[in-house]
Design a protein around this ligand. Structure first.
Ligand code: GLA
Length: 357
C-alpha cells in the first residue's frame, strides 16, 4: 500500500483515525429515537491530510490503489470520495472554512458487512480536518456532521448510531446510547464473555433501498399511531399496534421489543441473560423486521447451537453481512473454527472478522 509520502511527495500535516463498530443490541432502533448498544472493533480507518496550494481535492484510497479528484461543485463519482466530499460540504454548512486538501486514506475495517466502514471513514476524515484546521468541534457534533454526510450525500437515511460509535465508543466497553437525547454511558460486557464477529459471505444486496424502505415503513407506522416516534410506545403498550395493518404492525413491534431488550441488557445482566436477548433480537429481526436472509439464519443457528455461545444475531442493517456472538472467551477460536466448518459444509463461505484474524 502506498504511503502519503509516496503519493503526494511530502509529509501530511494532520492525521485522524476512527474504528468500525459492531452493534450488540438495538438494531433499526436509532432512526426511531430508540436505544442502541454498539462497541468499537479493533479495526480502524486512518486519514492523513495536507493543504493543497492549488484548487480542489485529491483523495487517494490506499486499499483500492485509487485516486479521485473532486471540487465542491459536484459530487465525485467514486464511492469512497463521496464520503469525503460529504464531510467537507457538511463541515462548511456548519460554518467551517475548509481549504483544498490532499487526502490519504487506509483502512482495515471490513467493508459492506455491517461494521460501519463508512462511519469510520467519515469520523476519521472529520477528526483529521479538526486537527488540521483546529475546528472547535466536540465528539458529538463531529458525529452529527458525519451522519449528515452519510444521509445527504451517500443516500442512506441512517440514524446516528454508527457515527456516534465511531466517535465515542471504545473496544472494551459498549456505548449505551439514547439516540433521542444523545445521553450515553459506557457499559462493560457481562463477566466471562467476549465478542465474536463472523462474516456470512453474503453481500448486502439492495441494502440501501431496503433500508430506506424499512425506515419509510416505520414513519408510516408513526403517522398512523399518532406518536412522535416508535420510541414513545413502551413494551406494555404493544396493544396500541393492533390498529396497524401488516407489515407495519410487525415492523413497529420489532422496534418496541428491541428497545426493551437494550434497556434490559444494560441493567447488569449476566452473559446468559444477555445472550438470550441477542437470540430474541435475531428472531425479531428475521420474523418482524424481515431483514435477515437464509445464510444469516443458518450462521446464527450454528452459533446459537454451540454450548459456549451465550447468544448470536445478525448485526448491522441486515440483508447479508455479519453476525455477532457473545461467547465464553477461552472458546472463541474453537467456536469460530467449528462454526465456519459446519457453515462451509452447508455450501457457504464465512470468515472471522473479530477478533481480527
Ligand atoms: C445501519 C445504519 C444505522 C442503523 C443500523 C441498523 O448501520 O447506518 O444508523 O440504523 O443500520 O440498526
Amino acid at each position: 500500500m502506498k504511503s502519503f509520502e509516496e503519493v503526494f511527495g511530502g509529509a501530511p500535516q494532520a492525521v485522524g483515525s476512527a474504528p468500525g463498530r459492531v452493534n450488540l443490541l438495538g438494531e433499526h432502533t436509532d432512526y426511531n429515537d430508540g436505544y442502541v448498544l454498539p462497541i468499537a472493533i479493533p479495526q480502524r480507518t486512518h486519514v492523513a491530510l495536507r493543504r493543497r496550494s492549488s484548487d480542489g481535492f485529491v483523495a487517494y484510497a490506499a486499499n483500492l490503489d485509487s485516486t479521485a479528484t473532486f471540487n465542491l461543485d459536484a459530487p465525485p463519482s467514486d464511492a469512497f470520495a463521496t464520503y469525503l466530499y460529504g464531510c467537507v460540504i457538511e463541515a462548511r454548512a456548519d460554518g467551517f472554512d475548509v481549504p483544498p486538501l490532499d487526502i490519504h486514506l487506509s483502512s482495515n475495517v471490513p467493508i459492506g458487512v455491517g461494521l460501519s466502514s463508512s462511519a469510520a471513514l467519515e469520523v476519521a476524515m472529520l477528526r483529521a480536518m479538526r486537527a488540521l484546521l483546529q475546528l472547535p468541534l466536540d465528539d458529538v457534533r463531529l458525529a452529527q456532521i458525519a451522519q449528515r454526510a452519510e444521509v445527504l450525500h451517500a443516500g442512506v437515511r441512517c440514524g446516528i448510531m454508527d457515527q456516534m460509535a465511531a466517535s465515542l465508543a471504545g473496544t472494551d466497553q459498549a456505548l449505551f446510547l439514547d439516540t433521542r437525547t444523545l445521553q450515553r454511558r459506557l457499559v462493560p460486557l457481562p463477566p466471562q464473555s467476549a465478542v465474536l464477529v463472523i462474516d456470512s459471505g453474503i453481500k448486502r444486496s439492495l441494502a440501501t433501498s431496503a433500508f430506506n424502505q424499512r425506515r419509510a415503513e416505520c414513519e408510516e407506522a408513526v403517522e398512523q399511531l399518532g406518536v412522535t416516534a416508535l420510541r414513545d410506545i413502551g413494551i406494555r403498550d404493544l396493544s396500541a399496534l393492533d390498529k396497524l395493518e401488516e407489515p407495519l404492525r410487525s415492523r413497529a413491534r420489532h422496534v418496541i421489543t428491541e428497545n426493551d431488550r437494550v434497556l434490559r441488557a444494560v441493567e447488569g445482566t449476566n452473559a446468559v441473560q444477555f445472550g438470550a436477548l441477542m437470540n430474541a433480537s435475531h428472531a425479531s429481526l428475521r420474523d418482524d423486521f424481515d431483514v435477515s436472509v437464509p445464510a444469516l439464519d443458518r450462521l446464527v443457528a450454528l452459533l446459537q447451537a454451540d454450548s459456549e455461545v451465550y447468544g448470536a444475531r445478525l448485526t448491522g442493517a441486515g440483508f447479508g453481512g455479519a453476525c455477532v456472538a457473545l461467547c465464553r472467551p477461552s472458546a472463541i477460536s474453537r467456536i469460530a473454527t467449528q462454526v465456519l466448518n459446519d457453515y462451509a459444509n452447508d455450501g457457504f463461505s464465512g470468515a472471522i472478522l473479530v477478533p481480527p484474524p
